[in-house]
Write a protein that binds this ligand. Sequence first.
Ligand SMILES: Cc1cc2nc3c(=O)[nH]c(=O)nc-3n(C[C@H](O)[C@H](O)[C@H](O)COP(=O)(O)OP(=O)(O)OC[C@H]3O[C@@H](n4cnc5c(N)ncnc54)[C@H](O)[C@@H]3O)c2cc1C
Length: 233
Amino acid sequence: MIFRSKVIESRPLTPSAHMIRVEKASGFDYEPVQFCGLELTTPVGVEEYPMSLASSPTQGFLEFGARLSSSSWKRAFAGLRPGDEVEIDGAYGHFVLDPDRDAVFVAGGIGITPLKGMAKFLADTRSPRRSVLIYSNQSQEEIAYRDELAAIESGNRRLRVIHTLTREPAGSGWSGRRGRIDGPLLGEATAGLTEPTYYLCGRDALVGHVSGLLVGMGVPTERITFEVFRGYH
Ligand SMILES: Cc1cc2nc3c(=O)[nH]c(=O)nc-3n(C[C@H](O)[C@H](O)[C@H](O)COP(=O)(O)OP(=O)(O)OC[C@H]3O[C@@H](n4cnc5c(N)ncnc54)[C@H](O)[C@@H]3O)c2cc1C
């Protein structure tokens, strides 16, 4: 389905990421959580980028979050204001939640977008499945959706959110985990889950690193799914 939609909210998520919410056209539906082509008018013409939905199908709007850069599409995205129109083509993709299994979500940076939507879906549908979200960022200020993830976690006692930071300055007051995602973190986070499906999302380095760890831990490859945000240079 292709439709034009009005922006209803546009704001920074972190110093290097931005989000928009747009109206959901009647009749538009998607699985938790597919991606769309998001077409914007930029200084060089009309450009479409694939963007994961960051919302859940249980919500009455569509949401997208993007890591910013100097590209024309990203500058146009960050410049969107309520009332502006965008074109949406979707939804596509097979990186979708299996609602019948426990889930381990592993996100790096802006790779949180579809995984937030999946976690929100589990909470809104009062799923009996247990889930863990491991979210890796360089620093505290780069954690996207921090408050919203905390709200989703507090509304779903079967979800646990674990942040880990790789470059947070010492003495910053961060009392959470530090360092890259490793085997012990994955093992501890998933203890008590029943044969979960793993959902990895982010840039190829993160997805490659974590899928390698999981295979090394003996997780069957059919339970490892991923979406790689290709396109970054
Ligand atoms: C299924 C899917 C879902 C995605 N979801 C997200 C998301 O939720 N959030 C997010 O931040 N990113 C997402 N991406 C990646 C996104 O589409 C961009 O490729 C990425 O954000 C890099 O864009 P950029 O302009 O900052 O690239 P830069 O690193 O600035 O690249 C420089 C140049 O490369 C070209 N380029 C890069 N990416 C694209 C593209 N996709 N299409 C056309 N030309 C391109 C442009 O000419 C650009 O000027 C997703 C990708 C896929 C495949």
